[in-house]
Design a protein around this ligand. Structure first.
Ligand code: BJW
Length: 251
């Protein structure tokens, strides 16, 4: 009987009726996108991402926040999906109905790799929404347009990226579906998240408490590691294809 952790993890995935991936910014590192906590690099090095990604930050300096999102949007639009995104999308192609992808990422790269079963816990960078709590207007973002301050065509309040800021509720339907998937899954594959942001990180507890095997891929230790059956301290693009691709090739 093998004791190789990679082989054991691969076998667990191969036997799973339902595999759930739960990803964070580290999934997209190898696409060239800085992680959330590294997002303020270059021109933005002096700004704290946790302050910019908040209603308080938006109220204090709307233009600054919109320009920060504009620069990230441009970088993300030009970034290619990496081998980890592609392996996840391919798994869904080979095993439809056996995988659900819960992501905290707003970059749309799983979808661009071809995955359709994607639950975006923290929204998307590719739509704007009205900042008024009384208006539900949303609209796609024109990536070719210069960064401009836009008001809601329905109610006149400021438009903002359709992402979830600190102190805001997660989209309730997405949260409910994610919670249900974690209760049902046989394996939870946690990729590239610091596990620092709640309620998202609590999904790992949910899956574990309902009997799932938890596999973590992250070059650094995280506060979730104690819940894991296997931890791979490796970059996602190096390890995720190896975990998933055998099953794809085998059909
Ligand atoms: C690699 C790699 C490679 C590198 N391969 N890996 C309970 C306790 C304490 C606090 C709270 C709590 N419940 C709620 C809170 C408050 C707050 C919170 O969690 N705060 C913590 C910071 C303490 N949560 C909220 O406010 C949430 N809302 C909420 O709780 O509503 C309920 C409520 C509302 C009102 C009143 C009362 C209750 C909302 C959270 C929204 C998070 N939004 C953001 C911004 C999105 C838009 C944007 O991007 O600008 O989402 S914050 C940011 O963090 C972003 C991410 O999705 C999220 C998670 O970050 P992630 O993805 O883990 O990235 P990093 O950068 O942290 O880590 C990257 C990892 O990758 C690292 O570990 C690297 O090692 C690794 N890595 N290279 C694999 N190659």
């Amino acid at each position: 009987m093998t004791t190789d952790p990679l082989t054991i993890a691969r076998e667990k995935i191969g036997c799973a009726d339902l595999l759930v991936t739960f990803s964070g910014a580290g999934l997209s590192t190898e696409s060239g996108i800085p992680t959330f906590r590294d997002a303020s690099t270059g021109l933005w090095a002096n700004y704290d991402p946790a302050k910019l990604a908040s209603q308080e930050g938006f109220q204090a300096d709307r233009r600054l926040v919109i320009e920060w999102y504009g620069s990230r949007r441009k970088m993300i639009a030009e970034a290619p999906p990496n081998p980890a995104h592609i392996a996840i999308a391919d798994f869904e192609t080979w095993h439809p109905g056996r995988i659900v992808n819960i992501t905290q990422n707003i970059d749309g790269l799983l979808q661009r790799a071809g995955a359709s079963s994607v639950l975006e816990l923290h929204g998307t960078l590719f739509e704007d929404r009205c900042n008024s709590p009384h208006c539900s207007h949303r609209q796609p973002v024109d990536l070719d347009e210069e960064v401009v301050l836009v008001d809601c065509p329905r109610c006149g309040a400021p438009m903002r990226p359709a992402v979830v800021w600190f102190g805001e509720m997660l989209p309730q339907d997405v949260w409910r579906q994610s919670d249900q998937a974690c209760r049902r899954c046989d394996v939870l594959l946690v990729i590239g998240t610091s596990g620092a942001v709640y309620p998202a990180a609590g999904l790992v507890d949910v899956a574990k408490a309902h009997g799932a095997s938890v596999i973590i891929v992250n070059p650094e230790p995280t506060p979730l590691d104690h819940l894991a059956d296997a931890v791979f301290h490796e970059p996602a693009a190096r390890i995720v294809p190896g975990l998933l691709e055998d099953h794809n090739a085998a059909g």
